[in-house]
Design a protein around this ligand. Structure first.
Ligand code: CMC
Length: 455
């Protein structure tokens, strides 16, 4: 495009130059001209390695005195990143170039974690070393037991997880130093990866009033977690390979999702040079909300409610469409995916497989399928491009595996951990500045203070 278009009266935005775009990294490839109150300014356009484009406004305020306003960051790129690529229109999700379909089909969660953390798929030696390092750190300080005891009965598992992960920073005070050597930070990363399944399974055990099952380091990452969760100190637990496969797949499908709410939270908190544990704890709290990772719990509760209400799917679809009713179809819709969520496709397929393999016949699966079918043919959902997301079917698998509903988001957090850490590392290594958005003030203009006795 060029600048032959008419300049707008007070504000305009025109492409003025296009150059050949080298693939492989974000480059400045074009510029746009912005016209504000008759003055023209030229801003660079950044092109990503998949040809995504962004207008670089980093100098906008200095040049023009204006800021941009984008509530909810619907159009705002907060960073360049080489971790995950997502095309919401085409339903594409790739980590470091590898498709989510291939990863879910062929890799283990630990392999994907390594790839997210270190940028490439591990060879056999790298994988063995990574696994060994993790095994060394699976225990948590016994002092954490006392913290669990302080939580009131019925405390939500996500509240416990956020608190425990934050508390790790107190058990490892050296982690507070933002200027530690790279290998010391690497050890914190390993510690966190190693302790996360232990903490998650402790949450499960404590709420049942059962003693902790310690890590068995002869087991692989996922089997160890299942053993600590479902095993008992009094007897051996037979690890079901069907559960191990399903768990690996579910964790992989949650491993990263670029600049979502919780990852952005991790980055914002990390940008103040807060330590890794606390930055991740912040991400866990961001994930907890029902519009983000907490949706998996909400979906199951919604499906149960529909079942107990007689299974009238249309009634609930109508409620979701009613603007006077706060009810939303949980597990539907996505900020970025506007065609389908590739993770949901994979999960739906494995939901049928896992339930069949486990011999579980869950009536809510039928309700979920009916709900999906009805919504996908309804103009309200079609027009708004609302499709099932990753959380729609995952809860049904978690439930078949034996996890309680309010524990589902903990499993999401366990899967998302390597992604959060990779995002935090990228931010730190690239020395990104502290996150500090601006605002448009809409309150009172300056007022004269009137003392209390004169009001
Ligand atoms: N049920 C009914 N209507 C919906 C839904 C839904 N689940 N989601 C969006 N809409 C409507 C919304 O009311 C709005 O309608 P209108 O244009 O008439 O005002 C329109 O669709 C656009 O919605 P939005 O809220 O502006 O979209 P958003 O991008 O801000 O929100 C979302 C995305 C995921 C928060 C939202 O779709 C939602 O609340 N979904 C249900 C919660 C959920 O499943 N969350 C999990 C997301 S995937 C896991 C993850 O977080 O990574």
């Amino acid at each position: 495009m060029n600048s032959r278009a008419k300049p707008a009266k007070s504000f305009g935005l025109l492409y003025i130059r296009e150059t050949k775009i080298p693939r492989g990294k974000a480059v400045m490839s074009e510029t746009v001209k912005i016209i504000i109150e008759g003055n023209e300014y030229e801003l660079p356009v950044i092109t990503g390695s998949e040809n995504e484009k962004a207008i670089d406004i980093s100098k906008l305020r200095d040049l023009t005195g204006h800021i941009t306003l984008d509530v909810g960051f619907k159009n705002t790129g907060s960073t360049k990143s080489s971790i995950t690529y997502l095309d919401g229109e085409l339903g594409i999700l790739r980590h470091r170039g590898y498709s989510i379909e291939d990863l879910a089909e062929h890799a283990t969660f630990l392999e994907v974690s390594y790839m997210l953390l270190y940028g490439h798929l591990p060879n056999a030696t790298e994988y063995a070393n990574f696994e060994d390092q993790i095994r060394e750190h699976t225990l948590v300080n016994e002092g954490m037991d006392a913290m669990f005891k302080a939580f009131p009965t019925g405390s939500h598992p996500m509240g416990q997880l956020g608190s425990m992960v934050n508390a790790l920073s107190l058990f490892y005070p050296k982690s507070l130093d933002p200027h530690r050597a790279e290998d010391a930070i690497g050890r914190t990363v390993i510690r966190l990866m190693a302790k996360m399944p232990t903490i998650c399974s402790m949450i499960y055990k404590k709420r049942n009033g059962h003693p902790t099952v310690y890590p068995q380091n002869k087991l692989d990452y996922v089997s160890n977690f299942l053993n600590m969760t479902f095993g008992q100190v009094t007897m051996d637990y037979k690890i079901d390979p069907v559960l191990v496969d399903a768990m690996n797949k579910l964790l992989i499908l949650h491993a990263d999702h670029e600049q979502n709410c919780s990852a952005s939270t991790v980055r914002v908190v990390g940008s103040s040079q807060a330590n890794l544990y606390s930055s991740i704890a912040a991400g866990i709290n961001g994930l907890w909300g029902p519009l983000h990772g907490g949706a998996n719990q909400e979906v199951l509760e919604m499906l149960e409610k529909i079942r107990l209400d007689g299974g009238n799917v249309q009634k609930w679809i109508d409620k979701a469409k009613d603007k006077n009713d706060p009810f939303r179809l949980m597990g539907f819709g996505h900020r970025v995916y506007k065609n389908f969520d590739p993770r949901a496709k994979i999960i739906k397929k494995s939901c049928d497989e896992v339930l069949a393999k486990l011999g579980v016949n869950d009536p809510v699966l039928e309700i979920a399928k009916k709900l999906e079918e009805t919504a996908l043919t309804d103009p309200y959902f079609i027009e708004r491009k609302l499709f099932p997301n990753v959380d729609f079917y995952s809860g049904i698998i978690y439930r078949a595996m034996g996890f309680p509903t309010d524990f589902f988001t903990v499993l999401f957090a366990m899967g998302r951990l390597p992604g959060w850490v990779a995002q935090w590392q990228e931010l730190r290594r690239e020395k990104q500045p502290i996150a500090r958005p601006r605002q448009i003030y809409t309150g009172e203009a300056a007022r004269v203070f009137v003392p209390m006795n004169q009001r």
